[in-house]
Ligand binder design. Structure first.
Ligand code: ATP
Length: 442
């Protein structure tokens, strides 16, 4: 894609997101709060579907992964043990002229301000954790941190899950939840924000199996994005070289997506070794080893971690789904080619006319379909306009109830992607729609 077209794409997505209720700026009536975003009626459905797709694939469909949901505030010692208090920093530089602040490692030319060309100060390490106080006293003893990752919840609950679920390595613990990072340069819409949601899973394995499982999870995660419709050309795996690795990692790879500004991280998959369990064992004084009944061996498992962002994934699915198609009559059709499981609305139901009983039949069909699908009923405007409005939010199926419906008890099913239409008996709708969703291919 040409550079100009790529820039336009981001503008178009931001504008569509606002116009159709995907994403709004936070506190907009007060001028907005920088880098904070609210999900609107369509956006919340899309993001929930993304999270459900992750939960389904990573937890529900597997026997070897358990889900948990931990509190955002954790004992401050967790962040001492994990190394976040000391190491979770980014190098901050200030422009001596315009006073803007930058994250040094993200600057192409680290010698000058990318905005005004002014000289930069020496880099200082800036800790990204948000602090707050617990209880009524605002003193040092009351400081707690908003978690900067969900992962630590899985480590500190390792023993609880082993004891209550009777899982044994190799097995995983996953959760979805909010994390907070006081990023120096948030931006690119919901790509980098200070409050965001993560979908993380810690997979505990016998130490000698770490490399095998690292390969396994890299492939699984790439496959997940493929299954949910991201074009393979827009995805790649990038292995980190040694200098890039975090202090706890033996190996790390990013799933990268081709954003309008170029390849950038979507998700990270890391081999965290036994770093986390070991450090929590040391700091808490609690035994976090696993005893294998069969081999009679006691060991600290290694951990393979696929860590994804729900907001980043939602943005990638939006960008990848967006298309403008020029129709035969010269008009442009804006369409989001979402996987039906991710689409905010699955089925839209239209009576051809809002009279002669067609609206009654259509309302009844819509109510019945709500049992199984997110369904939207719309009786206003020309049918073409109604289709266009659904294409723009990515609704995969539209049903039209016309005068023939009264004779043949069938409706017209129109596909978003091919725009093909076929007649389907009302009694078969649920079955046919379920099959269409199951068999969907990009
Ligand atoms: P980056 O290098 O982009 O700052 P990271 O490598 O620090 O990200 P991880 O700690 O690996 O990120 O977090 C796992 C995932 O959480 C990321 O791949 C991303 O999808 C998401 N994520 C991390 N930071 C943010 C953020 N500030 N805003 C939105 N999503 C984020």
């Amino acid at each position: 894609m040409a550079e100009k077209k790529k820039e336009d794409l981001m503008e178009k997505i931001v504008s569509l997101a606002k116009r159709r209720g995907f994403v709004f700026q936070s506190s907009e009536i007060y001028g907005g709060l920088s880098s904070c975003w609210d999900y609107g009626p369509m956006g919340i459905e899309l993001k929930r579907n993304v999270k459900n797709a992750w939960w389904d694939y990573m937890i529900l469909k597997r026997d070897d992964v358990e889900g948990i949901d931990c509190s955002i505030l954790m004992a401050p010692q967790v962040w001492v043990a994990s190394g976040h208090l000391k190491n979770f920093t980014d190098p901050l530089v200030d422009c001596k002229e315009c006073k803007k602040r930058w994250r040094q490692d993200k600057l192409e030319d680290q010698s000058k301000c990318p905005e005004c060309g002014g000289g930069l100060t020496e880099a200082r390490n800036f800790n990204l954790m948000f602090k707050t106080f617990m209880g009524p006293l605002e003193d040092a003893g009351a400081i707690v941190y908003m978690r900067p990752e969900t992962a630590q919840g899985m480590f500190v609950n390792f023993k609880n899950v082993v004891n209550s679920s009777r899982q044994k390595p190799p097995f995983g613990i996953g959760q979805i939840g909010k994390s907070f990072r006081n990023e120096i340069t948030p931006g690119n819409f919901v790509f980098r924000t200070r409050e965001f949601e993560q979908m993380e899973m810690e997979f505990f394995v016998p130490p000698e199996e770490d490399e095998k499982w690292y390969e396994y999870w890299k492939n699984q995660r790439l496959q997940w994005y493929h299954i949910y419709g991201i074009r393979p050309d827009n995805l790649r795996l990038r292995e980190h070289d040694k200098s890039e690795l975090a202090h706890y990692a033996k190996a790390c790879a990013d799933v990268e997506f081709m954003y309008p500004w170029g390849w950038d991280e979507l998700e990270g998959i890391a081999n965290r070794t036994d770093f986390d369990l070991k450090t929590h064992q040391e700091h808490s004084g609690k035994d976090l080893t696993y005893f294998d009944d069969q081999t009679k061996e006691r060991y600290l498992p290694f951990v393979i971690e696929p860590a994804a962002g729900a907001d980043r994934a939602t943005l990638a699915f939006l960008l990848d789904a967006y298309d403008e198609e020029v129709k035969e009559n010269g008009e442009t059709r804006v369409v989001l080619h979402f996987h039906p499981k991710l689409a905010p609305v699955k089925v839209a139901v239209f009576p051809l006319m809002k009279k002669d009983g067609l609206d009654e039949i259509a309302k009844k069909i819509a109510t019945d379909l709500k049992e199984d699908f997110t369904t939207f009923y719309d009786q206003s405007g020309a049918i073409g306009r109604r289709y266009a409005r659904q294409d723009e939010i990515g609704t995969p199926f539209c049903l039209t109830i016309d005068y023939d419906t009264k004779e043949d008890n069938a409706v017209t099913l129109r596909h978003r992607d091919s725009m093909e239409q076929k007649r389907v008996k009302i009694e078969d709708l649920t079955r046919v729609l379920k099959e269409e969703i199951k068999n969907w291919k990009r």
